[in-house]
Design a protein around this ligand. Structure first.
Ligand SMILES: NCCC[C@H](NC(=O)CCC(=O)O)C(=O)O
Ligand SMILES: NC(=O)OP(=O)(O)O
Length: 316
């Protein structure tokens, strides 16, 4: 059987520049492909909360003529079992492989959100829920943020950078910022991976102990001095993540890492970015957020999702 198309990682993009150009075309002509998805249904499966991903991906599908169904498995479904061969005489009521095969019969594309649990690094980095969908679904699978990546977000961020860059090769800084809770590395991982495929100079800055996975960071420059990293930057992308090395731990809540107007003044008229939702006056100050690209990034989620769904519809 031929391999199904999927979108779980930057490696699923055939030509990044073409995809960006097509997304910008879709933004100017949002209804131009409205016959493509006629009679097709996108199923969105959520293990975790969402505002942007839920609404923008549904709208993107509707603009392509698709119908959509949302299943909040995390709150409304049966308790799912993930272990193969489990004797299910406890709290789990349905095996993930049965649920996925069933949902595949109702939908032409399945999209899934399943965050990291932040307890066991090996388990999270195997991305078991997303990979169970890839393994058992009989239709194409799209990641709506998995344990280790958020490719639809990174694609929207890249589109936003392309729209706002004034230099051929902008300096893009990913900065860690403080947060009261332990958050996954998924958004940071995908941002790094997508920037590595783009014509930008990427610098990552974070306190010691917040190093991202070696297979993600590769040769990307890490600057532990946040002020130094900000110098001359064109884009500042803030995100909190919990420690990868001391897995899932909050090692620092150092407020001095908050992005402030004073810090933004070190950049070359740099633009602030964040995937949202953002904790105001924790990650960044109100002033920084109110003069940023965050709302435009969220708008571009319509077109990153639109192009991903268009590519899949063209290949099924
Ligand atoms: N989809 C965008 C980010 C989702 C998630 N953020 C959060 O859970 C924030 C929750 C809070 O602010 O408590 C993350 O970091 O991966
Ligand atoms: N940025 C993002 O994915 O937002 P939601 O978690 O609200 O979907």
């Amino acid at each position: 059987m031929a391999k199904l198309p999927k979108f779980t990682n930057v490696k699923d993009v055939t030509n990044l520049q073409t995809w960006i150009d097509e997304a910008l075309y879709l933004k100017r002509n949002p209804l131009v492909f409205r016959k493509l998805g006629s009679g097709k249904c996108l199923g969105l499966v959520f293990f975790n909360p969402s505002l942007r991903t839920r609404m923008s991906t549904q709208r993107a599908a509707q603009l392509l003529g698709m119908e959509t169904m949302v299943m909040n498995v995390g709150s409304d479904g049966w308790n799912l079992e993930f272990v193969d061969g489990a004797v299910m005489n406890g709290n789990t009521q349905e095996h993930i492989k049965d649920a996925i095969q069933v949902m595949s019969q109702y939908c032409d594309v399945l999209a899934v959100r399943a965050f990291a649990e932040l307890k066991d690094r090996q388990a999270d980095y195997q991305d078991k829920i997303l990979n169970a969908f890839v393994e058992y679904a009989t239709v194409p699978v799209v990641s709506l943020e998995s344990a280790i990546g958020h490719p639809l977000q990174a694609f929207a961020d890249l589109i936003t950078i392309k729209e706002h860059q004034t230099k051929e090769r902008p300096k893009v800084v990913l900065t860690w910022a403080p947060h009261p809770r332990a958050l996954p590395q998924a958004v940071a991982n995908s941002f790094v991976e997508w920037m590595q495929e783009s014509e930008v100079d990427l610098v990552v800055t974070h306190p010691e102990g917040y190093e991202l996975a070696p297979e993600v960071i590769k040769g990307t420059k890490v600057e532990y001095d946040q002020h130094k990293a900000f110098e001359g930057a064109d884009f500042i992308y803030a995100k909190n993540w919990s420690s990868y090395t001391e897995y899932g731990q909050v090692l620092s809540q150092d407020e001095s890492w908050q992005v402030t107007a004073e810090k933004m003044a070190l950049t070359d008229n740099g633009k602030f970015m964040h995937c949202l939702p953002i904790r105001r006056n924790v990650i960044a100050s109100d002033e920084v957020i109110d003069n940023s690209l965050v709302i435009k990034e969220a708008e571009n989620r319509l077109f990153s999702a639109g192009i991903v769904l268009k590519k899949i519809l063209e290949n099924i």
